[in-house]
Write a protein that binds this ligand. Structure first.
Ligand code: ARG
Ligand code: ZN
Length: 854
């Protein structure tokens, strides 16, 4: 069945108060729920409480046990006819947390019991109207064996606890804030706490706790630091302070995604909490900081103001991603953060937007909401907020967010409410801008510069087109804010950065006072999530890659320079490689540039990104062309790579931006040095691998070695395995590195690894490190035999029986068949059909595979 946005109706019944009583046990947990329910409006509809995989052992209304014929189940939901406007409804159910392989609802992970309710997991715990516009006050009592589960946590504040006979104990937690049930959480287990405190701007003291297994306690400091920084940042930048007396975070090993913002009790995938130099890369450290911030920021953008229905998901996710991106930029480098975020957007969201699963930021319909936790909702959603912030300017944007938070505090709101607050608070008309929420697909902007020597004027002609997407054949022009500067090639200067608003299909902007044709720098800072096509020459791009004062535009010019050469080669044209090598040389020898920025800029566009630039993707030709250019850049600048690699070696580990930048550049230099084909390349990589005092350098060396065939490759993989076999998060890297390797045998290696004793479908991190990475390895996955497709489909089919949500996330790579030649396309479709033909296939995978075939 398909759920449509237009069918939204306010709830028939409200649930102002919820009392939950958990008798916890991994094999058999009993949940008694008492709901106060009130009729909403004038109707005589029965009460409908969603349920999934549970049956009521008893149902009482106002204290009276109901007979079997006074309630019934309908598609899992409990239906009760109630005579009056207010009642108390009590249900009792039994669950088996350790039998819950979907990791939704109440489940067991590494000896803990924990919950995940967003989006629709609460109905797997108890009967409840499981929709985000039902806001309730919760009181939770838990009891459990005290030795196995000494720590009992839930949302809100701890109220009371005590011991019980037979080695059991109990605790009660009350959450004074109204919340939707998707924010409910509890955790029980043997946990150690990194405890700290934070004093809010109004002087309230908050107890902070990060709860992990005792052995992991030493790896929680970075997360705690990030949490305190996030709390201070949200006060300073948005004027929002924390509202409860305690804030707890728990790390669990088995988790379907990154983390969850449950009120006062965030639950995290341990990979976004645990970090130390021995096991975490700088990217991991940044991931911890960003996700801790993200979940914390949800306390306002998500919890205090939540979503009316799941079509509004981007209201909280897009806005919160925007907030965490800006926080991370403030903690480190704005330039580098923007480059990283755009790379993520292009790799994930642009692909989604150009394929069969394209959907608007505010979707119109879905089968399974879990499938809509997408790059479009999150990352494109964040770009929409960013564009509004840009158009408004910092002060008016803040006025808009103040209005939004104040007006909707304690409410379940819509994307439209957010836009209205921006319009009223910021004083701007966003009528046309709203199309960004409605129309799927990535706009293409064609930008042509022309010059008239007589009037000494330059004209920039901008034309926008939007490709059709499923269900949307005709599109209206979008409002596209393009930060632009025109460079005078003679002086190397421009006259200022202007915000051009492209609102029509085609528009021209004329600038006077240009004796020669200027070089346009367009979409600076990536001001709009669009694809820009220009008539700039390779020389123009080389000029911008050396002179543009907007770091993103400078990076972009270099990338475009490389893309042009590579796409030209793949098409069989003679290309001017010297321009690229010169531009790389200029960049790596520029003493004024930040090493982290240099490392980002000189990196070749990924094989997948190159594929996106072509109508039909030829994975082998792309790989060959990119590999050859990499070898040329490596060999052409070999002494420089050696020099950089030697001088970026640090004496002692530090997380300072300078130290992180040095590691990033050192790894890039190593990569080019090995790619150059230099005899001693693998040996140098092996020395870095062996001597590094941090995972950033060790994993990069391993990754570089994994691409080629050398004795060092096998030795390093063995050493890495033996050193980290006992540490799941680090062993994930061993799987991931091999699945990502640009090595001719990767498909077969991944097949072997899928039968390795340490591989398991039960742990989503492990599945993603092997199969998620493999599906993102274009050259390997699209092996012309089709064996890569078969391997992934086998995994999806097996995993769907255990964990449909994580299985469904692996389907989209198979859905890109239209972009491949007929033989590969047919093989991909055949695998999608084979998946769809499985008996008992989940709704999650059915929706993804079905749409992928259309
Ligand atoms: N709200 C969580 C976050 O911080 C993610 C929840 C994902 N849920 C899901 N069903 N995929 O982004
Ligand atoms: Zn989120």
């Amino acid at each position: 069945t398909i759920i449509r946005r237009m069918d939204y109706r306010p709830p028939d019944w409200l649930v102002p108060d919820v009392t939950l009583d958990f008798d916890l046990d991994p094999a058999l947990t009993r949940v008694r729920a008492t709901l106060s329910v009130t009729r909403n409006g004038d109707h005589d509809l029965p009460l409908r409480l969603d349920g999934e995989g549970i049956v009521p052992l008893s149902v009482c209304v106002d204290g009276r046990p109901l007979a079997q014929d006074e309630w019934h189940l309908e598609a899992g939901a409990l239906i009760i006819a109630l005579p009056d406007t207010a009642h108390s409804v009590e249900t009792l159910v039994e669950l088996s947390p350790e039998g819950n392989s979907k990791l939704m609802g109440l489940y067991a992970s590494g000896g803990l019991l924990c919950t995940q309710c967003e989006a629709e997991g609460f109905r797997r715990i108890t009967f409840f109207p499981d929709r985000p516009d039902i806001l309730s006050r919760y009181s939770v009592r838990m009891e459990a064996d005290k030795a196995r589960f000494p720590i009992l946590l839930a949302n809100g504040d701890p109220i009371e606890q005590g011991d019980l006979p037979e080695g059991r104990h109990w605790a009660r937690w009350n959450d004074p804030f109204l919340k939707p049930c998707y924010l409910f959480a509890l955790v029980a287990g043997d946990l150690a706490c990194n405890a700290d405190r934070f004093v809010t701007m109004s002087g309230r003291e908050v107890q902070l706790g990060i709860w992990v297994r005792e052995a992991d306690l030493a790896r929680t400091d970075h997360a705690m630091h990030a949490l305190k920084n996030s709390m201070a940042w949200d006060e300073r930048v948005y004027g929002r302070e924390y509202d409860l007396d305690v804030f707890n975070i728990v790390a669990v090993a088995d988790f379907n995604f990154g983390a969850m913002e449950n009120k006062g009790l965030n639950i995290f995938n341990s990979r976004y909490i645990l970090a130390d130099p021995e096991t975490a890369t700088d990217i991991d450290y940044d991931g911890v900081e960003g996700v801790v911030a993200h979940e914390y920021f949800h306390n306002w953008s998500g919890n205090r103001v939540t979503c009316r229905d799941w079509f509004q998901l981007s209201l909280k996710e897009g806005f919160t991603v925007f907030r965490d991106q800006n926080f991370s930029a403030d903690m480190g480098s704005h330039a580098v953060k923007r480059i990283e975020d755009v790379r993520i957007l292009r790799a994930g969201q642009f692909q989604e937007d150009s394929g069969p699963l394209a959907h608007p930021v505010r979707p119109e319909s879905y089968m399974e909401i879990s499938n809509f936790y997408t790059a479009t909702i999150y990352n494109k959603g964040a770009e929409l907020i960013r564009m509004m912030a840009l158009m408004l300017g910092a002060e008016r944007f803040r006025a808009g967010t103040d209005l939004y938070f104040d007006r909707h505090d304690g409410q379940a709101a819509t994307c439209e409410d957010f836009v209205l607050a921006m319009e009223e608070g910021g004083g701007i008309d966003l009528t046309q801008f709203r199309r960004w929420y409605e129309q799927a697909g990535t706009p293409h902007v064609r930008a042509l510069i022309s010059h008239d020597p007589i009037s000494q004027s330059a004209t920039l002609t901008l034309e926008q087109t939007m490709p059709p997407t499923p269900g949307q054949t005709h599109k209206q022009p979008m409002a596209i804010p393009l930060r632009t500067a025109l460079f005078d090639p003679a002086t190397g200067q421009h006259r200022g950065d202007e915000l051009l608003m492209l609102t029509e299909g085609k528009q021209s902007f004329t600038f006077t006072g240009f004796p020669v044709t200027p070089i346009p720098s367009i979409n600076r800072g990536f001001s709009a999530p669009v694809i820009v096509e220009t008539n700039r020459s390779q020389d123009d791009l080389a000029f911008l890659s050396a002179h543009d004062d907007d770091p993103f535009a400078r990076y972009e010019a270099m990338q475009q320079l490389m893309v042009n050469v590579l796409v030209g080669r793949i098409a069989g044209h003679a290309t001017d490689d010297a321009t690229v090598i010169d531009a790389v040389r200029n960049t790596i020898t520029d003493p004024l540039l930040d090493p982290a920025f240099i490392a980002e800029t000189i990196r070749l566009p990924s094989e997948a990104y190159l594929g996106d630039q072509m109508r039909l993707v030829d994975p082998d030709a792309i790989h060959a062309a990119r590999d050859a250019l990499q070898q040329q850049i490596g060999a052409g600048l070999e002494p420089l790579w050696r020099d950089i690699h030697a001088r970026t070696k640090a004496n002692a580990f530090s997380l300072s931006p300078a130290a992180k930048g040095a590691r990033k550049l050192r790894n890039a230099a190593l990569h080019y040095l090995v790619a150059s084909g230099a005899q001693d390349g693998p040996a140098i990589a092996f020395v870095q691998f062996s001597e590094a005092d941090n995972m950033t350098e060790r994993q990069a060396a391993l990754g570089t070695l994994a691409n080629g065939a050398s004795p060092e490759r096998e030795a390093a993989l063995d050493i890495f395995y033996n050193r980290y076999a006992a540490d799941a998060l680090t062993l994930d890297k061993w799987f991931q590195t091999q699945a990502f390797a640009l090595h001719p045998d990767t498909v077969d290696l991944v097949a072997q690894l899928s039968t390795h004793k340490d591989f398991t479908l039960a742990n989503p991190n492990r599945v993603r490190s092997l199969f998620g990475a493999f599906a993102g390895n274009q050259w390997a996955f699209h092996h012309k035999s089709g064996k890569g497709y078969r391997l992934l489909a086998d995994c999806i089919i097996a995993l769907d029986r255990l964990n449909p949500q994580t299985a469904a996330k692996l389907v989209p790579p198979l859905g890109r068949w239209k972009r491949f030649e007929e033989k590969r396309a047919a093989l991909m479709r055949a695998e999608l059909q084979r998946i769809l033909a499985q008996p008992g296939l989940s709704k999650d995978v059915t929706e993804q595979a079905g749409k992928s075939l259309e």
